[in-house]
Design a protein around this ligand. Structure first.
Ligand SMILES: Nc1ncnc2c1ncn2[C@@H]1O[C@H](COP(=O)(O)OP(=O)(O)OP(=O)(O)O)[C@@H](O)[C@H]1O
Ligand SMILES: [Mg+2]
Length: 290
């Protein structure tokens, strides 16, 4: 059971002066119970790719399949695909439409035929999972802060009980506590068997929590591999706009002069190595003391 993308290309406004190639020959797979992160510079095609995963955009070249169901125009499976794959848009304003949060969150379960008497409880529990209390249910989604809007958008997708959750830069606008809460929610949902596809500029989260990272550069797949391999790739092929987190950058700098140093984003792993080498008096850190 997985989302697969094979050799997908997408061009906006083909044949016009506004023609823009957004994706070229991109392939990926994300199984249920796995976390795939998609990273890349601004304009590299991440949102275009995300919107293909639940049929908001339909493949013009290449193929997208969700649990074997092909995503294409007039496919009899399109409704089921959209039910299976919940997409949290990059900008909550693209997603929110209802007069109040209750209506907003009820939309997906109602649309999928959940019994009316179960919907209120589902709305409250989804809102609480996303980190907001019931006092928000009567409020207009348009009068909320950026971070609150994002949480409502996440709740409204969760209420549809998807098998895969695709989130396009969901940590933008969240404070560090809410960011941590969201990450633990995603870890938990993954543990419950959901496939998580996270579009992010936040390499710290991508390296720590993904099973696999796909990196895009100008619409092309540069690398798709385990976090450590992607980190090695970034060390030798830096991408402007994608910065290694501080610990990762420090470990990469140390490794330039100390090949035995670990290449890691994990402070404890680096510290263990530094302590071991410092105690043995062998380490020469770049730029002096740490
Ligand atoms: N609706 C559109 N019409 C025309 N071109 C578009 C449209 N949406 C995106 N593009 C172009 O397609 C390319 C990929 O855009 P996309 O939004 O997928 O990138 P992204 O990686 O999500 O960027 P960001 O990190 O800024 O969100 C860019 O060159 C962008 O200008
Ligand atoms: Mg985007």
């Amino acid at each position: 059971m997985s989302i697969t993308v094979a050799n997908l290309s997408h061009t906006y406004h083909p044949g016009t002066p506004l023609e823009t190639k957004a994706l070229e020959d991109v392939s990926l797979e994300c199984r249920r119970g796995e976390w795939l992160s998609i990273v890349g510079h601004t304009g590299s095609g991440k949102s275009t790719l995300a919107q293909h995963l639940n049929g908001i955009l339909l493949p013009e070249k290449g193929a997208v399949r969700v649990d074997g169901m092909e995503v294409r125009e007039k496919s009899p499976h399109l409704r089921e695909v959209r039910r299976s794959v919940g997409l949290v848009f990059q900008y909550p304003e693209q997603q929110l439409f209802a007069e109040n949060v209750m209506e907003e969150i009820s939309f997906a379960p109602r649309n999928w035929g959940v019994q009316e008497e179960r919907i209120a409880a589902l709305a409250s529990s989804s809102l609480s999972l996303a980190g907001l209390d019931e006092s928000y249910l009567s409020r207009s989604p348009f009068h909320l802060s950026g971070g609150e809007k994002r949480k409502v958008a996440i709740a409204s997708v969760l209420a549809g009980a998807p098998s895969y959750l695709v989130l396009d830069e969901p940590t933008a606008g969240l404070d560090s506590w809410s960011r941590r809460e969201l990450v633990s929610l995603l870890v938990r949902l993954k543990g419950e068997g959901l496939g998580i596809v996270l579009v992010t500029h936040d390499l710290d989260i991508a390296l720590q929590f993904s099973d696999c990272i796909l990196m895009l550069d100008r619409g092309r797949r540069v690398v798709m591999d385990a976090p450590r391999k992607v980190m090695e790739h970034l060390r030798s092929h830096p991408v402007s706009g994608l910065h290694l987190p501080e610990i990762a950058a420090l470990s990469a700098a140390i490794k330039n002069t100390e090949p035995s140093a670990p290449l890691t984003w994990d402070w404890k792993e680096l510290k263990r190595w530094v302590v071991r080498r410092t105690v043995s008096g062998e380490v020469h850190l770049p730029g002096g003391d740490v």
